[in-house]
Design a protein around this ligand. Structure first.
Ligand SMILES: [Zn+2]
Length: 198
């Protein structure tokens, strides 16, 4: 595959396997010596990488691989805290993608509109339900999404979805097929990978 030729490869500090950088998470060391998750790969300085996996982060921490990668001692590290930071960064990115989808009219929101949109499933990439959606609404939408073959996830709260979608509370939204929906699904898969879910 020609386009893969120049993709940078990095070694995971946990499992020591080499992967495309895009499949790994970047960490940097702050001037104070704190190891930080650099999910969007924007922070300056030398980077260290692990797989998006609790197991790999734990191994990297317990074997002091961050000290080795940064060639200096780092502040004491907790694999659990790094995992929480990573999960939060991922959640923020997913939220940002939803906001962008709304701005570019690639999101439909509200129970009735999503149910209508599910009549044209070939146009839909994913249905997203708030985690605190009422069971009645959830059941109706999940059933129709399943019948129509559109993936359906739980993400965030009604209040947060409403804010991202520029309305009051929102229990459900759907993304139409396109670049943003693809990015959302890729990021979603990463969040499953971290927790080891399949
Ligand atoms: Zn790994």
């Amino acid at each position: 595959m020609a386009e893969g030729r120049h993709r940078p490869q990095r070694t995971c500090l946990g499992c020591r396997q080499v992967h495309d950088q895009s499949r790994l998470v970047r960490f940097v060391r702050s001037p104070e010596g704190t190891v930080l998750v650099d999910y969007r790969e924007k922070l300056p300085g030398r980077g260290a990488y692990t797989c998006l996996s609790v197991e790999c982060i734990k191994q990297a921490v317990s074997r002091r691989q961050f000290d080795r990668a940064f060639r200096t001692v780092c502040q004491p590290l907790s694999a659990d805290l790094l995992t929480v930071e990573l999960t939060e960064a991922l959640h923020e990115h997913l939220a940002a993608l939803l906001g962008m989808a709304r701005k570019s009219s690639q999101a439909v929101s509200g129970g009735n509109l999503v149910l209508d949109a599910l009549d044209r499933p070939e146009k839909l990439a994913v249905v997203i339900l708030a985690e605190d959606v009422s069971e009645g609404v959830a059941e109706k939408i999940e059933r129709k999404a399943r019948v129509r073959g559109v993936p359906c996830f739980r993400f965030s709260t009604k209040a947060d979805l409403g804010q991202l979608l520029g309305r009051g509370e929102r229990s459900v939204t759907a993304l139409t097929k396109g670049r943003l929906a693809e990015a959302f699904l890729t990021e979603w898969q990463k969040s499953k990978d971290i927790s080891g879910e399949r």
